[in-house]
Every structure is written in C-alpha cells, then in structure tokens.
Unconditional design. Structure first.
Length: 536
C-alpha cells in the first residue's frame, strides 16, 4: 500500500485548508462586492443622467434631433454596461420617445409614479426599481424648458448578478489557489528536507550502526528544535549504553578471573579430598579387619557354647549306648536316633555360624551378564529335572558393576532355589538385564529382573519374607535365611531390591546396582578395585 511522505500530507492538508478558506471568503465577500459594484454603477448612471438632463436644459437642444443623438451615443459609449440612452418628450401630459441611442431594444413605458414625479417637477432624477428585467437598471432625469418640465432622459444600464461577480472572482481564485498549492508544496518539501528528513536520516543511520554493535555512532546536533532535542537524547542514550557495556565487559573479565581462581582452588580441594578419601578407606579397611577379628572371636565363643550342649548330649548318649547295647537293643536304637538329631543340629549351627562370619574383603568390576549366563548353564540339569524353561534376555553392552562374584552367585542361587521350590510341577523362569538412565544425584543403574510362574505369595507372606527364620516351607525344607542372605548381599553391594508377587501369578525380584562410571577420574578403580569398593 502506497503511503505519502510527511511533507506531502502536510501540503495536502494545508492546501485543503487554504481552498476552503478562499471558498468561504469568496462566498462571504462576493455578495458585498456585487452590491458595491451595483451601487457604484447606479450612482454613475444617475450622475450621467442628471448631467445629461442639465446639459440639455441649459443648451436648449431638446428639439435638435442630431444633437440629442450625438449626446445619447456619447453617453452609451462611455461605459459597456449602458444598454440604451433615450430621450422622452412631455407632450399633452404624455411621454413620447424622442430619440434613442440603441434602437435594438424596445422602449418600455415610463412607470406611472415616475411619470407623475416628472410632471410635477418634484425631482430631477428618479431610479426605477422594478424594470421588466431584474438585471437592468433604469434611471430618469427631468429636463426643463422655460422653468417647466419638458421631458426626461432615460439611461438603462446592465448590472451583473452576485453569481456572475462571484464566478469572475472564482477564475482568479482558482489560479491563485493552484499557484499557492505549488508554492506551498515546494516550500514544504524544502523545509522538511532540510529541517526534518536530513536529521531523521542521520538518526536512522546512527541507529543502524548502534544495532550492529557500533556504540560510537553519535549524531551531530545542528538545530535546537524538537529534532535537535531528540538527537541529543539519542546521543545521551548511546553514551550511557556504551558506558554500561564497558562496565559489563569489565565485570565479565573480573568474574572470569574469579571463576578461574575458584576452579583452581576446587581442583586443589579435590586432590586433597582424594587423599583424604584414600586415608579414610585405609582406616576403614583396618577397622573392618579389626571388626572381623572381633566378630570371629565372638562367633567362635558362641559356636563353642552352642555346640557344647549337643556334644555333651551326644557324649552321654554314647556312654549309655554302650551299656544299652548289652542290655536292651531297642533302647539302643532310640539312642542312635537322638545322636543323629543332635549331629544334624550341630550341622545347622555350623552352617548358620559360617553364614554370619562370611565377609568380602573387596569388590571388583564384574559383568553380570557373564555371571548369570554361567550360572544358568550350571543349573540347567536342575531346570531340566524340574521341567522348567529358562528365558534369558540380557542387555547388550551392559556396564560393569563393583561386586563379588561368590556373593552374587550365592544371591542368584538363593533366588533360583526359591523359584524351583515354587514350581514343583514345572514352569518358566525369566532372567533379564537392562540399563536404567541416571537420575539427578545418582549414577547409571544396572537392573536384574528375576521372575517365575510359580505359586506366588500373599500380601501377608510378602511383608515377612526378609524376616530372619521366617519360612512357609515344610519343616526340614527351609531355614528362613535364604532371602535374608539375599537382602544382606544386595546391601553389601549398595543395591536396591524390589519384590512383587500375587498368589497363583508368580513372583518377580528386581535388583538394581550402581554402574561403574566410565570417567577418566575413575581409572584408579580399575587398577585398584579394593581401594574404592570395600565392605560397608
């Protein structure tokens, strides 16, 4: 859409106002001008008629036709607006046309009121206000002969109407308006070009330079008007922005230096922290060794105390057995059963004590996929014997974890044995591994899922599965320590265990272990796994 420039809009507006003002002035003054012209023409006609009548009366040439004709033509030719000049003779009380200086116009009778005024000689001139044509003006002047009225002089003059006068002025006004519009347009353009467009153009160029990053783009102030004030404010704004930018850059340099210093200090602190962690690990290792020695001593004392009772019983029954064999063989058989039961009790006590005293001295990088695959191969005869199908879904490129192969093998064996016991008539075991993306504050997790299609558990049983000595198996087939050991091994590895089960729908165990970060700073863990992964 085309838009006019500012000077064009201003010119059009001022021109429109000028034309309206000229038109209004023309309308207001045309009537007054026409009235003035009419009044002047009427006065001149009356003067001419009076003077002509006076001349004829003084010269006494009213009867001289040629003299009258010359005088009439002279008066008619004096002004273009005079239509005709006539001489009326008063004969027997009537006015008769004597001669006329325009024979083409028919003579109109003298109005009665003027006729009576001329007869009585009361006035020397009388203007006719009601001619047949409103644009014609008739004026009469009385002639005298011997002191008595002898006739009259009539001058008929054409007077322009108000609209004719206005139109005559309109032509001039149109030319004047066109010339004024051209002059206003040229003057406004030159004025705007020098006082508006050039300052604005300089401001726009400076704004473009400032937008591109040149903050030295000042505009010279060449006038003290509004545009000069705007230019000065723009220069002040650019100067302030430049100062603020310089301050910001200086602050950025200071901040960069401080960040660099803080980074160096942090690296130094990290090195100190690594040394402290190493010392702490060594101290913890020594404390663990001392703790294991103390636990071993306590376990040995407890073992001696608990085994002493069944051994005493066995010793007594053996002595009695020697004498009973000679006296009563039936009683000897009962003694043998008692001895066998006490031996089994000792076996259970020894197994329980061994479980309590088993410690891992260190954890090393371990591939769970390889461990699970070897374990499934080793357990395949047991699966085949129970008619159980194993479904493996092991993730590719599974990260390593810090773990103990023996302890984790014991953990997975306990889970497999639980699944075997839950599926006496066969079923399926699902073993899968996956990677869980790192969450804020945690490393990447390696997830192992064990699921079976066995008998499942109720919510009540599920809430007690990690309680020591709690079992739902038949007496003599479970100790209630399998899942307790599983929970203990998971805790030793810093992992998380989650269990889900429904009666008749099977059971699912989900184990999560932290993956070893693949960072250069962790290279020491691969060279010295025991340095970072001790028993906790």
């Amino acid at each position: 859409m085309h838009t006019f420039k500012l000077h064009t809009k201003t010119t059009l507006l001022s021109s429109a106002i000028l034309v309206v003002m000229l038109a209004a002035a023309l309308v207001l003054t045309s009537a007054a001008i026409a009235n003035l012209e009419r009044t002047d023409d009427e006065a001149v006609a009356e003067i001419q008629a009076t003077q002509l009548a006076q001349h004829i009366s003084d010269m006494g040439i009213f009867q001289d036709q040629e003299a009258l004709a010359r005088a009439a033509n002279l008066i008619k030719g004096s002004r273009p607006s005079i239509v005709s000049v006539r001489f009326w003779e008063l004969s027997n009380g009537e006015f008769v046309e004597k001669t006329a200086a325009d024979g083409s116009t028919a003579a109109s009778p003298v109005p009665p009121d003027i006729r009576d005024a001329i007869r009585n000689g009361r006035a020397s001139k009388v203007g006719n206000a009601n001619p047949p044509d409103s644009s014609l003006y008739r004026v009469f002047a009385t002639t005298f002969a011997g002191g008595h009225p002898s006739g009259a002089v009539e001058i008929v003059q054409h007077l322009d109407s108000i609209w004719v006068v206005a139109f005559r002025y309109v032509k001039n006004v149109i030319w004047m308006s066109l010339i004024a519009i051209v002059l206003i347009l040229a003057g406004t353009y030159l004025l705007f070009r020098q006082l508006v467009y050039k300052p604005i153009e300089r401001l726009l160029i400076a704004m473009s330079r400032a937008k591109e990053g040149d903050l030295d783009a000042n505009v010279p102030v060449r006038a003290h008007d509004e545009l000069g004030l705007l230019t000065q404010e723009f220069n002040n704004m650019i100067e302030r922005v430049s100062d603020m930018t310089s301050q910001r850059e200086a602050q950025q340099l200071v901040l960069r230096d401080r960040v660099h210093e803080a980074t160096l200090e942090l690296e130094k602190r990290n090195q100190q922290l690594q040394q402290t962690n190493l010392e702490l690990w060594r101290t913890t290792k020594r404390m663990n060794e001392l703790g294991r020695l103390a636990a071993a001593g306590q376990t040995a004392a407890q073992f001696a105390h608990e085994v002493g009772t069944p051994l005493n019983l066995i010793s007594g029954h053996v002595q009695l057995l020697r004498s009973d064999l000679e006296r009563d063989p039936h009683d000897a058989e009962s003694r043998i059963r008692t001895i066998s039961a006490q031996i089994e009790r000792i076996e259970r006590i020894v197994r329980r004590m061994l479980d309590k005293t088993r410690f891992e001295t260190e954890l090393s990088p371990l591939d769970l996929n390889s461990l699970l695959h070897r374990l499934c191969d080793a357990m395949s005869p047991a699966f085949d014997r129970r008619d159980i199908r194993v479904v493996e879904s092991l993730a590719d490129t599974l990260p390593l974890i810090a773990g103990s192969s023996d302890r984790l093998q014991q953990l997975f064996l306990n889970l497999i044995n639980n699944s075997l016991d839950a599926m006496p008539n066969g079923g399926e075991v699902y073993i899968s591994t996956s990677i869980e993306q790192a969450k804020p504050g945690r490393t990447e997790q390696v997830v192992v899922d064990f699921a079976d299609t066995g008998s499942g558990m109720t919510a009540e049983v599920l809430s007690h599965i990690f309680d020591p000595l709690y079992t739902t198996k038949e007496r003599g087939h479970g100790t209630g320590l399998g899942l307790v050991i599983v929970s203990q091994i998971v805790a030793e590895h810093g992992g998380v265990i989650d269990v889900g089960s429904e009666l008749g729908q099977g059971t699912r165990f989900r184990l999560s272990f932290s993956a070893i970060p693949n960072e250069p700073s962790r290279a020491a863990e691969v060279r010295e796994p025991a340095m970072e992964f001790g028993i906790r």
